[in-house]
Design a protein around this ligand. Structure first.
Ligand code: ADP
Ligand code: MG
Length: 252
């Protein structure tokens, strides 16, 4: 991707609001993500992070505001329509089939997009990318927790998305798995895919070396580098107790 392309907006979130009864889960968020951009969204529990992702994936519809993707208004588009346009989501509740092999799992998203004779090569290329090379015939259920997350990531990448949304991709992972996940995400981004990561693990956020957006009470609280966010006294106050420790650079 050439440098000028990277300046073009891929995703525009305009005055986005979501109310659940009396709860303002999102209270007017404006955000632009450029083509090829990688960013991280953090914020204390209840900040509205998952709600924002669900509004982007189409699982939820907003109370007000707009979402523009690649020049098209997708505010009220169905999830499958958004997937077709190039938005892929990997959530914690995995979309993998435990009783199928790695190969068979990968085949499912590839079948619609790739010629049958090209599928094996596409699978190998994707497995390489997510650190699962050679595990084609392993059953998904036999994989470690981290490997299952990577398989789900591989399936999301099989859609060749323009925008990849990752909700806490390192949840439950060991430090080593977390580190490998950072590498995978950075490689995916280096190949031109825009990535937005919701994350609690500050070791991951720091290693990702990406701009950070802090959500708080449904609003964008701060946008900056990891250093800027990490050293911001107000942000530290948002993360009290254990969450405060998590924001420390000494972690991990
Ligand atoms: P985060 O992912 O940052 O922890 P969420 O987006 O899950 O935050 O939640 C934001 C707020 O919206 C919280 O107060 C939460 O209780 C509320 N909320 C989220 N989903 C629902 C829902 N389906 N029904 C009612 N309230 C919800
Ligand atoms: Mg959440």
């Amino acid at each position: 991707m050439s440098a000028p392309d990277r300046q073009l907006p891929l995703l525009e979130i305009i005055a986005l609001r979501k109310r659940f009864g009396g709860v303002h889960a999102l209270d007017g968020v404006d955000l632009v993500i450029s083509k090829g951009e990688l960013c991280c969204i953090i914020g204390p529990n209840g900040a509205g992070k998952s709600t924002l992702f669900q509004l982007l994936s189409g699982q939820l519809l907003p109370t007000a505001g707009r979402v523009i993707f690649d020049g098209q208004d997708i505010t009220r588009a169905h999830p499958f329509e958004r997937a077709r346009l190039g938005i892929a989501v990997k959530v914690q509740s995995l979309g993998i089939f435990q009783d199928l092999t790695v190969d068979h799992n990968m085949r499912i998203p590839l079948m619609r997009r790739v010629l049958p004779q090209e599928i094996p090569h596409a699978i190998d290329r994707l497995l390489e990318q997510v650190g699962l090379r050679g595990l084609n015939i392993a059953y998904a259920r036999s994989l470690s927790h981290g490997q299952k997350q990577w398989l789900a990531l591989g399936m999301a990448l099989a859609m060749e998305p323009k925008l990849l949304l990752l909700d806490e991709p390192t949840a439950g992972m060991s430090p080593e798995e977390t580190r490998l996940t950072t590498q995978i995400v950075r490689t995916v981004n280096a190949k031109g895919t825009s990535v937005i990561v919701i994350e609690h693990d500050m070791a991951f956020v720091r290693e990702l070396q990406a701009p950070v957006i802090v959500l708080h009470l449904g609003r964008m609280f701060l946008r900056g580098t990891f250093r800027e966010v990490e050293s911001n006294e107000e942000v530290r106050h948002l993360y009290l107790g254990t969450q405060r420790k998590r924001l420390s650079v000494d972690h991990g």
